[in-house]
Design a protein. Structure first.
Length: 521
């Protein structure tokens, strides 16, 4: 096996025997076979045209290879069979790629083309969440074919960089599509306080990113005496009017994904994983875990979608009833001891108070904006982000999104003239909201986004963060701080290009970076 796609990838050169994430060598190899089969299908589609069914396979197949999604060799093989059957139906002569050649070649070229493939895996997850709500974008769909076909061709470094920038622009469209899908289906997120207490009685914890799954589960569990709690990246769901209206959507359980093995241990509730980030479940709670969609783990119950896309979650509901939940309320806290968190500051809400924000900047009450966003993970260096937020001066605002926020989202940073100093914009895909706000501010101040008093301080872990980063670079956003470590798939030459071209800064210490950022104001 070979895999270097995530931030926790083994030293020195990637995971070669077994994944740090728990992925076994046979599963890693199967996912490479699947990737090669997807290239074969894309080649056939490129020559003969694709239908919605083939685009769906490309999105699902790429999504299946994202870190912490699928650990089940049999499920990956079944999917390969479907992809090959689709390829054969279109053009049996379209060749698969040799999966053993995926990560082989000249170092810089492998680095560039891997960055493209990994970004596409991230975008596929976003595109699939939109697709299950019947939202598709022809440009995004077409790029799955183009990207896979181009991945398998020879290009110069310059051409690869061009493809990466083109991809970044397409991923912006994809995030816009998912934003549209989520807000048109469930309403514009509104600021919402979310309790971290778990009430007595049966409950289900829903994790991942899929709003459609949560909606179906809320409908099916209503009136059954089973409460629903979000976990990880599902926290922002509390802010959507069409989801928050369910009184049995009670609160948020636990913190970021990497704490799940401790936090789920011996908990008397059921767990539903709708996407990443699944960690190998411990025996103490494995029988309480259910996966759905592209997520999978051997010997863990799986809920499959029916032909019409609906799902029957009755087994999950029954499991929660059987487990019974806690006898008394459990007053859990966030990492910093807070009992509740606030979410729901998507672009709809922030832009509705844009005048107030602009006035506060003009009056000097807000001196700087930080977007401290991205992923969480197990590494010690990630404390940087907690410390960084704690050190932000009182006349600055912190925008945040994705699961990295669990490091600080229970801190009370106070307000500036009625504007909360910490604004949770949502999931990782809600980077789209942050971009919208930045563009609106630049327009209001009649300047370039790079001239705004705004700095992006990002943490990355897996491939969705890769596609978001490529979008930010394609938009010409400079001076991004990134950590906790740099991707192993960036060769030193590629990293030098990114540093030179985009002034990408690897994070150092909160003190030094804060000084460099505010000193440059
Ligand atoms: Fe991933 Fe990062 Fe969305 Fe987390 S990009 S790791 S679970 O922030 O959020 O899927
Ligand atoms: Fe290693 Fe990350 Fe790949 Fe898992 S996803 S095998 S931890 S590089």
């Amino acid at each position: 096996m070979f895999c270097f796609q995530c931030e926790q990838s083994a030293n020195p050169g990637g995971c070669k025997v077994q994944g740090v994430c728990g992925k076994t060598a046979p599963v890693a190899n199967k996912q490479d076979e699947l990737t090669a089969a997807l290239i074969g299908l894309a080649r056939a589609c490129d020559a003969k045209g694709a239908t919605a069914a083939e685009y769906a396979l490309l999105k699902q197949g790429l999504f299946m290879c994202v870190t912490n999604v699928n650990f089940d060799e049999e499920r990956v093989q079944e999917f390969i069979n479907r992809v090959e059957a689709a390829r054969n139906a279109i053009d049996p002569s379209a060749a698969d790629f040799d999966w053993e050649a995926l990560w082989v070649g000249e170092e810089d070229i492998i680095s560039l083309r891997s960055t493209l493939l990994l970004g596409m895996r991230g975008m596929a997850a976003y595109a699939w969440h939109a697709a299950v709500l019947s939202y598709n974008d022809p440009d995004v769909d077409a790029w799955f074919v183009k990207g896979l076909v181009e991945f398998a061709k020879d290009h110069s470094a310059e051409e690869w960089l061009g493809l990466l920038m083109e991809f970044g622009e397409v991923n912006l469209k994809c995030m816009a599509l998912l934003d549209k899908a989520n807000t048109e289906s469930y309403g514009t997120p509104e600021p919402t306080k979310v309790s971290l207490t778990v009430q007595p009685g049966p409950f289900i914890v829903v994790t991942g990113h899929d709003l459609h799954d949560l909606k179906m589960l809320l409908e099916q569990s209503e009136g059954k005496g089973v409460d629903i709690y979000t976990h990880g990246e599902m926290l922002p769901c509390h802010a959507y009017p069409e989801l928050k209206k369910y009184s049995h959507l009670k609160g948020n359980f636990g913190t970021a994904w990497q704490n799940q093995q401790n936090e789920f241990d011996n908990v008397p509730g059921a767990f539903l994983f709708t996407t990443n980030c699944l960690m190998p479940p411990r025996a103490s709670y494995k029988s309480n875990v259910f996966t759905t969609d592209m997520v999978g783990f051997p010997d863990v119950a799986h809920v499959t979608a029916k032909e019409d896309g609906t799902k029957d979650f009755s087994a999950v509901i029954e499991k929660a009833i059987e487990l019974g939940g806690y006898k008394e309320a459990q007053h859990f806290t966030g990492i910093n001891g807070g009992h509740e968190v606030t979410t729901g500051f998507g672009h709809g809400t922030v832009l509705s108070i844009a005048d107030k924000v602009i006035d506060a900047v003009k009056a000097g009450a807000i001196k700087h904006f930080f977007l401290v966003g991205g992923c969480d993970g197990a590494k010690v260096g990630r404390n940087y982000y907690t410390e960084f937020v704690k050190q932000t001066p009182k006349d600055t605002v912190v925008l945040t999104l994705a699961c990295g926020k669990y490091r600080f989202n229970d801190l009370d940073l106070g307000e500036i003239g009625g504007i909360p100093r910490m604004l949770d914009m949502g999931q990782c895909n809600d980077s789209y909201s942050a971009i919208q706000v930045a563009v609106a501010l630049a327009k209001a101040f009649d300047c370039d986004v790079n001239d705004l008093p705004l700095t992006l301080v990002l943490s990355w872990y897996e491939q969705k963060a890769v596609c978001v980063l490529l979008t930010l670079l394609a938009l010409g956003i400079r001076n991004i701080y990134i950590g906790p470590t740099l991707p192993k798939f960036f060769s030193s030459n590629v990293l030098n290009i990114l540093v030179e071209k985009f002034q990408l800064h690897p994070i150092t210490t909160p003190e030094a970076d804060m000084k460099a950022i505010l000193g440059a104001n």
